[in-house]
Design a binder for this molecule. Structure first.
Ligand code: SF4
Ligand code: SF4
Length: 384
């Protein structure tokens, strides 16, 4: 069973009346039809309508609770049985959550235990949007620009005589029987362009996505969004970094934080080139240790001082210790480790960082200490 369910069960056992257990109160649960679940809303794109999920409903002496699930079925048993069971699959988890909702409703601790219906989801979305805007604001996009990279073929139907040569030569199967190019499949290899006897194939520059300059409550941010099935590239990362440098110089900002691309490929090289220091945030897993080691090699190759921090280190203390040793071997600085803590998720759900959400917590203090060490390293390695 995962940690989150351990935590929920622990808290539930603290809150729920012992009387509910002692009376061996019965829970009855079943999956609802779409109409029973959400009525008849105007929108037709709810996952419930597409059949990917169902809403399961539990009843405890007339008090109702609901939960989403992709594994559903009936249940008839006591609340005690449920809270003592191991929610090892999505069916059991949904029974666990929906029964908990029904019990909390029964005790009067919680009211919103059932899904809204008919037009209520749309109204709720509007209210939610207003709430997020008023409470937290959002990055305000000031500038939006197309990002173009590489080329994709496109067939001019006026010139095409449908000889079939391009279809025959395209190794990617990107050209349909009707002689249209699938831009997702097209690898831009230029073969069709060169061999078309009628010069019917154009090869325009490909728009892969967009990049933005936004204002946030922490200062300006340069960011990008790739189109569907478009791959990240060093070119895009370099563009984002050079625009952020211009912005920093214009606004006299003395620090640029680049959130590096994950992995070890070309976008990572573009992320760290020319940086004062590199901070690797890893996790205590085999792939975490492996990728960290490769990024440290990369940083060393470019003679950039590197630091390492382990997130959720207590989920695998042996692996965390191994990472610490690798850090020393690679002459990087180990600047700290952060334990697993649900507060980070709670903060994220609230749209806040941990310092804003719970400034006095151990989690916030750990992050502050790590940031202090990062600042020292920045001071020791000033911009050349
Ligand atoms: S090779 Fe040229 S002319 Fe022949 S089918 Fe393809 S686009 Fe049309
Ligand atoms: S450019 Fe290459 S991949 Fe794209 S359609 Fe032509 S032959 Fe196929």
């Amino acid at each position: 069973m995962s940690n989150i369910y351990d935590e929920i069960r622990k808290r539930a056992l603290d809150i729920i009346d012992k009387d509910l257990f002692d009376r061996n109160m019965k829970i009855k649960a079943r999956a609802l039809t779409t109409e029973e679940a959400i009525g008849n809303p105007e929108a037709d794109d709810f996952l419930l309508m597409k059949g990917k999920e169902r809403l399961i409903q539990a009843e405890l002496e007339g008090s109702v609770g609901q939960a989403f699930t992709d594994q559903y079925g009936d249940f008839d048993g006591s609340l005690k049985d449920i809270l003592e069971s191991d929610p090892s699959n999505n069916y059991r988890r949904s029974i666990f959550i929906t029964s908990l909702n029904a019990a909390l409703r029964h005790m009067g601790v919680k009211e919103g235990t059932i899904h809204c219906r008919d037009q209520e989801p749309a109204e709720c979305a509007v209210q939610l949007g207003k709430h997020i805007l008023s409470e937290y604001g959002i990055p305000k996009i000031k500038k939006e620009t197309d990002f173009k990279s590489g080329h994709k073929a496109s067939i001019d139907k006026e010139k095409c005589i449908e000889c079939g040569l391009c279809r025959e030569l395209c190794r990617w199967g990107a050209i349909s029987e009707g002689y249209t190019v699938d831009s997702i499949e097209c690898e831009g290899c230029v073969v069709c362009f060169h061999f078309c006897p009628e010069n019917a194939i154009n090869f325009p520059e490909n728009t892969c996505g967009k990049w933005f300059i936004s204002d946030t409550r922490f200062g300006p941010m340069v960011h990008a969004k790739l189109g569907v099935a478009e791959e990240n590239s060093g070119k895009l990362v370099s563009l984002v970094r050079s625009e952020s440098k211009k912005l920093a110089e214009q606004g006299s900002h003395d620090l640029i934080i680049t959130d590096g691309a994950p992995g070890v490929g070309c976008p990572v090289i573009a992320s760290i080139g020319g940086a004062n220091v590199v901070l690797v945030v890893t996790e205590p897993t085999v792939s975490g240790a492996h990728d960290m080691e490769r990024v440290l090699k990369l940083a060393s190759h470019f003679s950039i001082p590197a630091m390492v921090c382990i997130n959720k280190f207590d989920l695998n203390k042996d692996k965390a210790r191994e990472i610490e040793l690798i850090t020393q071997e690679k002459n990087a600085v180990f600047i700290g480790q952060i334990p697993f803590n649900n507060l980070f998720t709670e903060a994220m759900v609230q749209g806040k960082n941990i310092i804003e959400y719970d400034p006095g917590s151990d989690a916030a203090n750990t992050v502050k200490q790590i940031w202090d060490r990062v600042k020292i390293s920045l001071f020791e390695n000033p911009k050349q």
